[in-house]
Design a protein around this ligand. Structure first.
Ligand code: ADP
Length: 780
């Protein structure tokens, strides 16, 4: 609920409660209060009086009635003086009261009002209750202010009952003659006569003193039935109440007792046709309400009927069967069971159940309405989801531990099935290549543990047996662990895209390489022109110098001068020759015309002789050139010219990139299958990032035209091609700034029918070749 709604709810409830309060207040203010006076002849400790007042209260309590209760306690002082005193007391006490009704219980109260009524509470109607004396009843009815609820004691019925239950007993009826009206005395005597004729002995014992009554009772035979009708007096003139006599008879003497008032139940009587004091009070209360409502109410007398009532405990004690009792009898103190629950309670319970049912039906109706609405929403959202799943571009598969329950259109299309029925209730494994079954098993176990299975690539099998690349992820359904929802992606398009991407990348790479190669070529040609121009310039300058000297007849031709000029001319011719040779070889290699001629040679002496020649050549350069080998001879198939080109090229580079004081080591390691030639220098070294490219054609570490060392960048490429032709390999290691090592590995093979040519060191054999290969190195 929003704050705004909460505020309105609070506001409306406060408003309603205020309105209700105001309504109550005004009705309370407007309604007249009734003053009621209850005057009891006796006091409330007497069960009869107490029950009558309770009955009155049950109808009059509340309803704007203010009830005053006065107990006359007439038995304490039953004389005129006491009546006078009470009169004066009431007169004084209720001077300012105008009672709407006075309810007087029992006959003594009537006598009081008969005497003082004209001067006391003159304007109030008086309702007498529990009156049974016919003479009084007549008087009451003749007075317009007086009303009466008649309650006669039923001597005839109770005597009949007592006789019926205990037919052999003498019926003992002790009576205080002062307290029993002549009317009832007459009735009693009539009954006595009636039963005497029937042979039943009824003993009516008129006595006020209880002790004498008890003495009398002791003299009688034990087969006795007691019927109590009045109270008695003790020797001290104190009241001896009826209930005491009954208790004494029942408990001490085991004499069954009957009486006429329901208030005696539980004191020891078996029962009787009883006047129910509470009932009497209740009838009186209702009657009083009618009189108050209509002060001119013209019905002045109502009767309250007696009821057969019994005490369950006494019935049990005297072994009296319940079916011996008159029909409709009420049994008190019965141990409660379901059937003993009062009718009222059953009615109340029934009403409660009905109300509850109505409430439940109402709630159900409201909820059914809500459920219908929710069902409608659910149905439409289910439809939406269904459509969504059907139109999704990737396959959806629902399965229960591998048993297929549902597949969407995309899945069926991918696996080439015409409808769901073709695959429903079949195993998931049927559609996946067996190489993936183990993995699927693991993933199904994960799903049972509510673990999501991420995307993996698998091979699917279509209806026509074709294998297709798919990608699958699966997750357990949120409400039931048994179901798994798998999402299946077709990888065919993905693969095509990947291939295309790779092709593009490759093309890009090739283009880049081509561009780079083109750039290299451009650089090479600029470098080549430089390489050609430098020796050409020198040759040209020397030629010009000689020409000028000749022109001016200044031919100062010293042998050292001429030799120097010839050296320069020669070296630059060698340089150009090397360049042209290299270019021709490269062109040959590219066209596939370059062939090597394999002959069986001693590789050790071949390399050693070249090294020795170079050593001779560079002896002024202060570079130490060392040759070492583990064996002295190893005959194998090589092209000696190619090996010479290789070693000379590597040595020329080693010399070119070393300074005086450095050293170069040529080391041969002869093994069974391979010969390893290492040419190691302590020169400038090669940066790490350039190590891979130096064997590529036109590659140089320093490509600037102002570089310190001359070169075309073809040499190592040519070396590598020549080694490749021997099925060998070349590798380079370098510590930049500290030197480089070129390692050649040649397989040991021999060629048939070609005789071994022994390589003998001839000092000048390599001079020409060295001159050409070393032509870049000017300082020599
Ligand atoms: P060039 O004719 O320019 O020397 P090469 O193909 O023989 O061409 O060598 C390529 C490059 O490799 C050289 O320019 C140089 O930068 C590097 N290089 C070759 N050998 C050595 C070495 N021993 N020490 C240092 N750098 C070297």
């Amino acid at each position: 609920m929003t704050n705004k709604n909460k505020f309105w709810c609070l506001f409306i409830s406060i408003l309603l409660s205020n309105m209700l309060f105001l309504c109550n207040f005004y009705s309370f203010a407007e309604e007249k209060m009734n003053h009621i006076l209850i005057i009891n002849s006796q006091n409330m400790s007497i069960p009869y009086t107490h029950d009558v007042v309770r009955g009155i209260y049950s109808n009059l309590r509340g309803k704007n009635n203010i009830i005053h209760v006065e107990n006359m306690d007439i038995q304490i002082k039953p004389d005129h003086k006491y009546f006078d005193t009470l009169y004066n007391l009431y007169k004084y006490k209720f001077k300012n009261y105008n009672f709407d009704i006075i309810i007087a219980t029992d006959e003594d109260a009537y006598y009081f009002f008969e005497k003082y009524g004209d001067n006391l509470f003159e304007n109030s109607p008086i309702l007498f209750c529990g009156i049974n004396e016919p003479s009084i009843l007549n008087k009451i009815q003749s007075n317009k202010r007086f009303y009466v609820v008649e309650q006669s004691i039923d001597i005839e019925k109770t005597l009949n009952l007592a006789n019926k239950i205990h037919p052999n007993n003498t019926i003992f009826i002790p009576v205080d003659p002062k307290l029993l009206s002549s009317h009832y005395m007459k009735l009693l005597n009539n009954q006595k006569k009636y039963y005497k004729d029937k042979g039943v002995d009824i003993l009516i014992y008129y006595e006020s003193n209880i002790n004498k009554v008890l003495d009398k009772m002791n003299t009688l035979k034990p087969d006795l039935t007691l019927i109590t009708l009045t109270e008695f007096k003790t020797d001290n003139n104190d009241n001896y109440y009826m209930n005491n006599l009954i208790q004494f008879a029942s408990n001490k003497k085991n004499i069954p007792s009957y009486s006429f008032w329901s208030s005696m139940i539980s004191t020891g009587i078996i029962g009787g046709s009883l006047c129910d004091a509470y009932d009497l009070g209740n009838t009186s209360g209702r009657f009083a309400l009618k009189i108050m409502k209509n002060p001119k109410y013209d019905v002045h007398k109502v009767s309250n009927k007696n009821k057969y009532m019994f005490d369950y405990n006494q019935l049990t004690k005297f072994n009296i069967p319940i079916n011996n009792l008159p029909l409709g009898s009420k049994i008190k103190n019965k141990p409660s069971n379901f059937y003993s629950i009062s009718k009222d309670m059953i009615y109340a319970f029934a009403v409660y159940i009905i109300l509850l049912l109505i409430l439940v039906i109402f709630i159900l109706l409201v909820n059914i309405n809500k459920i219908k609405k929710l069902q409608k929403i659910l149905k439409s959202s289910t439809e939406d989801y269904k459509n969504l799943i059907e139109f999704l571009p990737f396959g959806i598969l629902v399965h229960d531990k591998g048993n297929i329950l549902f597949a969407n259109s995309a899945f069926l299309k991918l696996f080439r099935y015409k409808d769901l029925d073709s695959i429903r209730n079949t195993s998931l494994y049927n559609y996946i290549h067996k190489d993936f079954h183990e993995k699927i098993k693991e993933r199904l176990e994960d799903q049972q543990k509510n673990i999501y299975s991420p995307y993996i690539e698998e091979l699917g099998i279509t209806s026509d047996g074709e294998l297709i690349d798919i990608e699958v992820c699966a997750y357990p359904s949120s409400d039931d662990k048994n179901y798994t929802v798998a999402v299946v992606n077709d990888l065919i398009e993905k693969r095509k895209a990947e291939k295309l991407k790779n092709k593009i990348l490759e093309e890009e790479k090739r283009l880049k390489q081509a561009l780079e190669y083109d750039k290299l070529k451009t650089e090479f040609f600029s470098n080549l022109s430089h390489e050609l121009k430098t020796p050409l310039n020198l040759i040209f300058s020397i030629t010009q110098l000689i020409e000028s000297n000749l022109k001016n007849d200044q031919l100062v031709c010293t042998s050292s001068n001429t030799s120097h000029h010839i050296n320069i001319l020669k070296q630059n011719c060698y340089r150009m020759l090397r360049l042209v040779n290299n270019l021709i070889d490269i062109t040959k290699l590219d066209c596939g015309y370059f062939n090597i001629e394999l002959q069986n040679h001693n590789i050790v002496s071949l390399v050693e002789n070249i090294t020795l020649s170079v050593s001779e050549y560079i002896k002024n350069k202060q570079i130490s050139l060392i040759f070492d080998t583990n064996v002295e001879e190893k005959i194998m198939a090589v092209d000696p010219n190619a090996i010479e080109r290789i070693i000379l090229n590597l040595l020329s580079n080693a010399i070119k990139f070393t300074d005086s004081g450095d050293s170069i080591i040529v080391d041969l390691l002869i093994e069974e299958e391979y010969v390893t030639i290492s040419i190691k220098d302590t020169g400038i070294g090669i940066p790490k990032d350039k190590l891979k490219i130096i064997f590529d054609r036109f590659r140089q570490v320093d490509k600037s035209l102002t570089r310190n060392r001359e070169g075309s960048g073809i040499g190592l490429s040519l070396v590598k091609s020549l080694i490749d032709m021997h099925n060998g390999s070349i590798d380079v290691k370098s510590d930049y700034g500290y030197g480089s090592e070129f390692i050649i590995k040649l397989p040991v093979t021999t060629v048939d029918n070609i005789n071994k040519v022994d390589s003998v060191y001839v000092k000048d054999k390599y001079i020409e070749k060295i001159n050409i290969e070393f032509s870049d190195i000017y300082s020599i």
